[in-house]
Design a protein around this ligand. Structure first.
Ligand code: B12
Length: 473
């Protein structure tokens, strides 16, 4: 229990909520055109009693004024921003302002986070956050609030819209479900939510969906296809609003014709699918063997047949990946006519089975969390290539995917949503180019390395292809 703050409480209390970013994340995200904003703080604000004045600062938009007069600070963050947040927390705490921390990194690394905060929230906070605020008001709060059981989402409020202030080209964002039934080695979700999938009532989700003035809505679900019957009921109830939406789903969604039919009818324009890898061995190796690589083309075609674009989530660096994975993946994405892709470098987030496995094998190269960004740094020793090759292969993938030739090959193969996928691809190509120039300027380098790397990756691939041909025949 901490009773230090009770004597200092003014009549109206001010709570500063911070959606943290960090120099590392800003660098990573500057190549993303759609810089999506996070729900967490506008959502947690909806649980705060009206007697509190709530200020939200999203660090992607404005810097934190460390001298601001507030009674309490709450910060949400991901692993790459951890050190930056600890620094921020120290500055507020030095002024005597208590700091509460929560989010994925805190849930996965509670002991570390506890050392930098007055109070931490481990796991989901729908029950513990209001409890803490009550405790805080009477000056008797605990240092740690743990979600002992996963909360039901039957009666959660809508996020407070006035607290969103980032321009991200979407009209609204919400979640319908939480959790995922799978237990992929590299994913933090299975660890955080104990594989328990829960859903908000369809009517409540539809009401929030309808309440957004804008046309484009994102469902920030872990896997909107976790419960496909629920999803279909949801699609039926949001169809009348005639908005456009996108979400993340597992590959099973692409095999379910009824799911796709209702998704399309309700305005789904794009599905993000974690294909992860075109190597079945890699998928088996990280407990994602339910992704059947031989089905990818058919699944993508099936989604396209419903007029829905595909954004493929791709990860490089699995233990079975060799240098040829980069070119083979790009060849695949082009031949399948994938409209968009997000490439990631395999990153063992602390607390995941992947992290534990690599740690046991002494393959973790750094515990500098700012490097756990999945885009700029390799933090582990890959099995069949050097960290440098993995990084350059990842860069090659991005450059090739957004090159004119690839764009032409992909979009000619499947012109689904061409009117928006073409401008978006072009915007990404430009953003990537200027991010590369900025990064090169940061590093004081000339932009010559990728071109030479491309030709060396292509010669490795040519050698591999000729080896495969000779073994086959
Ligand atoms: C949507 C999403 C995004 C979006 C938007 C950002 C966002 N987080 O909303 C985008 C695409 C931008 C994104 C980017 C990234 N993401 Co992301 N993202 C998600 C996703 C799918 C949903 C998050 C969400 O909205 N949840 C709904 C809200 C309400 O829940 P919540 O944030 O967890 O908050 C609850 C509790 O954690 C708690 N809580 C959280 N913070 C706080 C703070 C306080 C004070 C309190 C009291 C409570 C509290 O209360 C809430 C209610 O229970 C999650 C998966 C997941 N389920 O967490 C991955 C996830 C959070 N992302 C992840 C990652 C790795 C990233 C990136 C690093 C990827 C990359 N390489 O760029 C970046 C980092 C961006 C950043 N700014 O730091 C990892 C995090 C792993 C980690 N250890 O940090 C996750 C868990 C995915 C995974 N499968 O592992 N992401």
């Amino acid at each position: 229990m901490d009773t230090r703050w009770s004597n200092h409480m003014p009549a109206q209390r001010t709570l500063l909520l911070i959606t943290a970013s960090s120099p590392a994340i800003r660098r990573v995200r500057r190549s993303r055109v759609l810089n999506f904003q996070q729900i967490t703080m506008p959502y947690l604000a909806a649980f705060v009693p009206p007697k509190w004045k709530v200020i939200h600062i999203d660090e992607e938009v404005s810097p934190i004024d460390i001298t601001i007069a507030v009674d309490l600070v709450g910060i949400t963050f991901h692993t790459p921003s951890a050190f930056h947040v600890y620094d921020l927390a120290a500055q507020f705490r030095k002024r005597g302002i208590p700091v509460a921390l929560g989010g994925p990194h805190v849930t996965l690394m509670p002991e570390e986070a506890q050392a930098h905060a007055d109070v931490i929230f481990v796991g989901e906070a729908e029950l513990q956050w209001p409890q803490f605020l009550r405790d805080f008001e009477i000056g008797r709060h605990m240092h740690r609030y743990c979600s002992t059981a996963v909360p039901a989402l039957n009666a959660v409020p809508m996020a407070r819209k006035e607290l969103y202030h980032r321009r991200d080209f979407t009209g609204g964002r919400l979640f319908a479900t939480r959790g995922c039934p799978h237990a992929c080695d590299f994913c933090a979700v299975a660890v955080m939510y104990q594989r328990k999938v829960r859903a908000r009532p369809v009517a409540a989700v539809a009401a929030e969906y309808a309440s957004f003035p804008g046309k484009v809505v994102i469902f920030w679900d872990d896997n909107l296809a976790s419960d496909r019957e629920y999803a279909k009921a949801l699609f039926r109830s949001i169809a009348p609003y005639r908005k456009w939406w996108s979400s993340q789903v597992s590959i099973q969604a692409g095999k379910d014709a009824e799911f796709l039919e209702w998704a399309a009818k309700s305005g789904c324009k794009q599905l993000f699918i974690g294909l992860e890898s075109i190597s079945q061995q890699s998928m088996n190796g990280v407990r994602k063997g339910f992704n059947r690589v031989e089905e990818y083309v058919r699944v993508i075609e099936h989604i396209h047949e419903h007029g829905i674009a595909v954004q493929a989530g791709i990860v490089f660096g699995f233990d079975q990946d060799t240098e040829s994975i980069f070119i083979e993946t790009l060849d695949f994405l082009e031949s399948a006519g994938v409209q968009n892709a997000t490439f990631n470098i395999l990153t063992p987030y602390p607390g995941t089975p992947l992290y534990q496995r690599l740690e046991r094998g002494r393959r973790i190269l750094t515990r500098d969390w700012s490097k756990y960004n999945g885009r700029e740094d390799v933090v582990f020793q890959p099995r069949h290539m050097s960290p440098e090759t993995l990084l350059e292969g990842y860069r090659y993938a991005n450059q090739r995917f957004y090159s004119g030739t690839s764009l032409y090959r992909r979009l000619i193969r499947s012109p689904v949503g061409l009117w928006w996928t073409l401008p978006l691809n072009l915007a990404y190509a430009l953003a990537l180019r200027s991010a590369r120039q900025d990064a090169a300027a940061d590093r004081g380098e000339l932009l010559v390395r990728c071109a030479s790397r491309r030709s060396s990756l292509e010669s490795v691939s040519a050698i591999n292809a000729s080896k495969t041909r000779s073994t086959r025949g």
